[in-house]
Design a protein around this ligand. Structure first.
Ligand code: GRF
Length: 192
């Protein structure tokens, strides 16, 4: 399985995939390119691991450039790991059911445009939710709308802050991300 990982930020989830590949927890899976839509720490993580990086600026033909790179590298699956831009329909269709995104809430709650980072956790606490969690879902053109592949929940405690909740959810994200990549691999082998 040839992965492209899309990033915009810190890249801790990218790091988690890099580590899993290096520790042979993800056999027959390679990260063939990391695509970033802005300068970010995730780029350093990729370079450190010797992975090719493509930095795309959001100009008019950026989707064409991404598409050409994915094709030339024969990418089979795409992981959006903290990627803050939206992929166009051509890419979503061509890699249908082969693109996953990680979201720091129990979708369909707290998803959609503008719902990212600490904002998600602030809203969860404001609404006095007793549970939150992380979701991996398939990517369609709509924001955070594709079918859910995996979720894990955690409690929202009485003295919870957005920061503390974010830390809890980050741990869950890493678990379901690796598990989800294994599911994609199993499906690709026709063994689902
Ligand atoms: C994660 O919380 C993920 O759910 C969201 O963006 C964040 C990325 O974190 N989509 P990182 O860049 O992987 O550290």
């Amino acid at each position: 399985m040839r992965l492209a990982v899309f990033v915009s930020g810190n890249g801790s989830n990218l790091q988690c995939i890099i580590d899993a590949v290096q520790q042979k927890m993800l056999n027959e899976i390679t990260i063939d390119v990391v695509i970033a839509d802005r300068d970010c720490f995730a780029i350093q993580r990729a370079e450190q691991a010797g992975i090719e990086v493509m930095l795309v600026t959001r100009k008019s033909n950026w989707a064409d450039e991404i598409y050409a790179t994915l094709k030339s590298k024969q990418i089979s699956h795409i992981v959006l790991a903290g990627f803050l831009s939206i992929l166009n329909n051509t890419i979503c269709e061509e890699w249908k059911n082969k693109i996953i995104n990680l979201h720091p809430s129990l979708l369909p709650k707290y998803g959609g445009k503008g719902m990212y980072g600490l904002k998600v956790h602030q809203e969860v606490i404001k609404n006095k939710e007793t549970q939150s969690g992380a979701t991996v879902h398939y990517v369609t053109e709509g924001v955070d709308e594709g079918n859910i592949l995996m979720q894990k929940t955690c409690s929202v405690d009485l003295n919870e802050t957005p920061d503390s909740l974010q830390k809890k959810v980050h741990l869950l994200e890493k678990e379901i991300l690796i598990e989800s990549i294994k599911v994609l691999y199993a499906k690709a082998q026709g063994a689902d």
